[in-house]
Design a protein. Sequence first.
Length: 384
Amino acid sequence: MRLRVEPELEGLRAAVDGQAAKTIAPLARGVDQDQRFSHELWQAVRELGLTRLPFADQYGGDGGTVRAYTVASREVARHCAVAALYPGTTVQVAMTLIEHGTPAQIERFVPGLVSGELMAAWAFTEPATGSDPRQITTWARRDGTGWTLSGAKQFISFSEQAQVALVFARTSDKGLSAFLVDTSLPSWQVGRPSEVLSMGGTEARPVTLDDVRVDGDSLVGELDGGFQVMLAGEAFGKVRASAICVGIGTRALEEAAAYALTREYRGTPIGRRFPTVQALLGKAAADIAGAESLVLTCADILDRGESATAEAAAARLVSGRAAREAAQAALHVCGAYGLTKEMVVERLYRESVFFDVAQGVAEIQQIIMGRELFAGAGGGGVSS
């Protein structure tokens, strides 16, 4: 089941689906099992044009939109969720530079990021903090005309493959700033990738910044303005993660439906014979459709250049839950076969659980929504 979109995006969806089936799907199982970054998969993603898709022609892009990017990401995620993650931080850093970077930074980095010739990492998370910028302990201190960065980051995807990283560091007791860091510097030290339940192909690694020296023109945005830089990038990050969740949930339902129409009980497919199977998958399908609609709404808000803090949090919360419940429903329909690695349902379930805690943990999105709810409640009082 797919939500209908405008004709040009239907054409994009069909094209991405067809090419992904040929070039990306055959790599999915191997990348999942190896838990290592795949250069072959990255090249397939580049050939699909995902890094170019949401950028204007002036940056070397295809003149697309965030809405188009989410539609394409959903299709890629149906075939291989980790492949849909591959362009994410590169696109996110490029978008952040376009919004907050200097003309020199844009000229130096954005064309390469848009083409996929450069990869970028987003270095925010630390060992003792997840989504709270107030707990960042990495420091950037003045060093002549530049800065010296010291600290540690955790779970930084593509930190080994990226040529540049956007690093968030404290520049005052209450201020956070963002810096572009050349990852070829010996003081940028990456550790071993974490062994994870799923998505190991992104090679999330710990990073140590051992007095990394950067020039003064590496500061992105205003001094102590890193929180605003972070918010702009994280909103897009949540929307792309939500689109991937929709892709995972959609594929899980497709697999479950196909199984239910071939697995028979006393000569009748279980999908036809048991209303409980229809109801289970029907509810999950409705939830996925609702999540997809919300994701597209968020994409439209970002395309208008507006803030999507609340909407992105809502999409992230709803889509993550919908993907997990769809994958769980698929497991129940497929029974013991769904637990075997011969069926893709097993991988889809692990991927859906990943998005419960990564790329924006669900509880934080709930807090954001609660805060937005109270902020919009006003002071009109309560009626008796």
